[in-house]
Design a protein around this ligand. Structure first.
Ligand code: DMJ
Length: 576
C-alpha cells in the first residue's frame, strides 16, 4: 500500500516538472494552447464585465435624467403630496392637544355645514337651512360647492371633495342667461376653481375657471379699462348697477387681479392678466397722495366720483389686492408699483385711525369729503390681518409700528363680538369717544362673516401669540351656540336678541371655517410664503411671475416660461 501511494504521487508531480514538456514538443504545444485559451477566456470575461458596467452606468444616468424630467413635469403633484402629507399627518405632529381638539371641532362644523348643503341645496348657490332648500343668489353656479372645494381638500374630506368634483365635471354649466356680479363671480368661482386646481392638480378645475373668466372678460372693454361690475354670462352685455349712478365700484373693479393673473400664469394666456393689471395702472395715474380712493369710479373717464372713502364695504379688498399682488409676484421689481401704492394707502389709513376714550379702542374711520365719520364696518376687520401681513416689508421701526396697529385694531374687532349678548359681531359699529359707552353696534345683523377670524389667523401666524387662538375659539363657540341649527348654520337678524335668519352664506364654508381651521393647525398647512389667499380665502400657489404680458413673449427660458412650456407638453395648460 505504501509503495502504491508513493508511485501515484510521483506520477502527479511529473506534470509540474518542466523536463516532462521539454522532452516532448507535442506536450509543449498542448500546454501553450491551454495557456492561450485560459488567457483569452479571462480577458473576454473581464471585457464583458467592463462593458456591462459601462452600460449600467449609462442606464443609471438615463434613469436619473428621466426622474428629474418627471419631477419637473409634475409641479402640481408635488404640492398635492405636500398638502396631503400636511393635512393627513397632522395628528403625528407635536401640536398642542387642545389645538388638535379645536381643529377637529371646526372640521365637525364644516362636515355639518357641507352635509346639510349636500342634502338640501346640492348644486344651488346657497342653502336656506331653516326652510331646507337651495337658492341661486349668484345665478345658479354652485357657489357654495365651488367655494367649499379647497376647505374640503385642506381638511382631508376626500369623499366630499370627489363628489363635488364630479358635479363640477358633469353638471356645472356657466351658460346661464344671468346678469352676474363680476366681483362675486371672480372671487368665489374663479378663485375657488383655481385654488382647487392648485391643490389637487385636477385639470377640470382650470378648464372651468377659464370658461367662466372668458365670459366675464368683456366687462373690461370700457374706454378707461375700469370694468363694468355686472355682465350677462350668455351674451356678454355688461353694465353697472342703477344705484351707483352709472359708476363702477372700487372694490368690485380692483379685486380681480390675483385670480386673473393666476389664470394667465396657469394657462399661458396673457389676456386675463393684461385686463386686470391695466385697471391698477389706470388708477395709479391719478392716485392721490394719501392713497385713499372714493368708492365710485366713472368707467368712461377712469376718474373717481364724490363718494365715501372706506376700508369697509365697497372699498376694502381694493387695498387688500395691492398688497397681495405684490406677494403673488414674489415681491419683485415688476410688482413694486403695487407695494408702493399700498404703502401710500397705508399712510392714508393712518390718517383715518382714531382711538376712543375711555376704552382706547382703535378704529378706522370713514371719510366723505374732508369729514371723518366715526363708523367702522366689520368688513374692515380684514385690515388688521392685511396690515400685519404687509408690515414685514417695512424697515424695523415702521414694521413694528404697523404690527402694533394691527394688534390694536384686532382687539377692537374682537370686541365687536364680545360686546354683544350673543358674542357675535354686528355688521357695523359707531364710536363715541368721551362717552361711558364709547362703542355701539349700528346695523345689528350678523351674516357669518369671516373678517375678524381672518385677521386673527394672520396675527397668530405672524406673531405666534396664542391669545389670537383663544379669541378665535371664543368666536367659534359663539357661532356654535347661536348659528348652528339642525340643517346647517344661519346668520342672526339681530346680535342683541339672537333671532336667526335663514341663510348659510357660501363664505362661511370658504372663509370663516377655513380660517378657524388654519388657526388651530400648524403653520406648515398652507404656508404663507408659498400661498396667497384671495379675498374669499382661496389659497393660490405663488409661482414665478411673468414680468408683464408683453415681456413674457420675449423672455423664453425663464422659469415661469418653463413652467408653462412644460405644462403645455403635458396638456395641462391650453395653448396661448
Ligand atoms: C366675502 O365675499 C369676501 O371676503 C369679500 O371680500 C367681502 N365680503 C365677503 C365676506 O364678508
Amino acid at each position: 500500500m505504501a509503495r502504491t501511494r508513493s508511485s501515484s504521487s510521483s506520477n502527479t508531480w511529473r506534470y509540474v516538472n518542466p523536463a516532462y514538456y521539454l522532452k516532448r514538443p507535442k506536450r509543449l504545444a498542448l500546454l501553450f494552447m491551454a495557456f492561450v485559451s485560459v488567457s483569452f477566456f479571462v480577458w473576454d470575461r473581464q471585457t464583458l464585465v467592463r462593458e456591462h458596467e459601462d452600460e449600467l452606468f449609462k442606464l443609471k444616468e438615463e434613469l436619473l435624467q428621466l426622474q428629474n424630467q418627471l419631477e419637473e413635469l409634475k409641479p402640481d403633484d408635488s404640492i398635492v403630496k405636500k398638502i396631503n402629507t400636511t393635512s393627513k399627518n397632522l395628528d403625528d405632529l407635536p401640536i398642542d392637544p387642545i389645538e388638535n381638539q379645536r381643529r377637529e371641532k371646526v372640521k365637525d362644523a364644516m362636515v355639518h355645514a357641507w352635509t346639510s348643503y349636500e342634502k338640501y341645496a346640492w348644486g344651488h348657490d346657497e342653502l336656506q337651512p331653516q326652510s331646507k332648500n337651495g337658492v341661486d343668489s349668484f345665478g345658479g353656479l354652485g357657489a357654495t360647492l365651488i367655494d367649499s372645494l379647497d376647505t374640503l381638500y385642506i381638511m382631508g374630506l376626500d369623499e366630499e371633495f370627489q363628489r363635488a368634483k364630479e358635479w363640477i365635471t358633469n353638471s356645472l354649466d356657466f351658460n346661464k342667461n344671468y346678469d352676474a356680479s363680476v366681483f362675486e363671480t371672480t372671487i368665489r368661482v374663479v378663485g375657488g376653481l383655481l385654488s382647487a386646481y392648485d391643490l389637487s392638480g385636477e385639470h377640470v378645475f382650470l378648464e372651468k375657471a377659464k370658461d367662466i373668466a372668458d365670459r366675464l372678460l368683456p366687462a373690461w372693454d370700457t374706454p378707461s379699462g375700469i370694468p363694468y361690475n355686472i355682465i350677462n354670462l350668455v351674451n356678454g352685455n355688461p353694465h353697472n348697477p342703477g344705484w351707483t349712478g352709472g359708476d363702477s365700484i372700487l372694490a368690485d373693479s380692483g379685486t380681480e387681479q390675483l385670480e386673473f393673473i393666476a389664470l394667465s400664469q396657469r394657462t399661458g394666456d396673457p389676456k386675463y392678466q393684461q385686463k386686470v393689471e391695466n385697471v391698477i395702472r389706470e388708477l395709479n395715474k391719478t392716485f392721490p397722495a394719501d392713497g385713499l380712493l372714493p368708492i365710485y369710479i366713472n368707467p368712461h373717464k377712469g376718474t373717481t366720483s364724490y363718494s365715501t372713502i372706506t376700508f369697509g364695504a365697497m372699498g376694502d379688498s381694493f387695498y387688500e389686492y395691492l398688497l397681495k399682488v405684490w406677494i403673488q409676484g414674489n415681491k419683485t421689481a415688476a410688482v413694486k408699483p403695487y407695494r408702493d401704492m399700498w404703502e401710500t394707502s397705508m399712510k392714508g389709513l393712518l390718517t383715518l385711525v382714531r382711538r376712543t376714550e375711555p376704552s382706547s379702542f382703535a378704529y378706522i374711520s370713514e371719510k366723505i369729503g374732508s369729514s371723518l365719520i366715526d363708523k367702522m364696518d366689520e368688513l374692515a376687520c380684514f385690515a388688521p390681518g392685511m396690515i400685519a401681513l404687509g408690515s414685514s416689508g417695512y424697515g424695523p421701526d415702521e414694521s413694528s409700528k404697523f404690527l402694533n396697529l394691527a394688534e390694536e385694531l384686532a382687539w377692537t374687532c374682537y370686541n365687536f363680538y364680545q360686546s354683544t349678548p350673543t358674542k357675535l359681531a354686528g355688521e357695523n359699529y359707531f364710536f363715541h369717544s368721551g362717552q361711558l359707552q364709547d362703542m355701539s353696534v349700528g346695523t345689528s345683523w350678523n351674516i357669518l362673516r369671516p373678517e375678524t377670524v381672518e385677521s386673527l389667523f394672520y396675527l397668530w401666524r405672524l406673531t405666534g401669540n396664542k391669545t389670537y387662538q383663544e379669541w378665535g375659539w371664543d368666536i367659534f363657540q359663539a357661532f356654535e351656540k347661536n348659528s348652528r341649527v339642525e340643517s346647517g348654520y344661519v346668520g342672526l337678524k339681530d346680535v342683541n336678541t339672537g333671532v336667526k335668519d335663514n341663510m348659510m352664506q357660501s363664505f362661511f364654508l370658504a372663509e370663516t371655517l377655513k380660517y378657524l381651521y388654519l388657526l388651530f393647525s400648524p403653520p406648515s398647512v398652507i404656508p404663507l410664503d408659498e400661498w396667497v389667499f384671495n379675498t374669499e380665502a382661496h389659497p393660490l400657489r405663488i409661482v414665478t411671475r411673468v414680468d408683464s404680458p408683453e415681456a413674457s413673449n420675449s423672455k423664453q427660458g425663464t422659469s415661469s416660461n418653463n413652467i408653462r412650456i412644460r405644462a403645455r407638453k403635458e396638456g395641462r395648460f391650453d395653448k396661448p
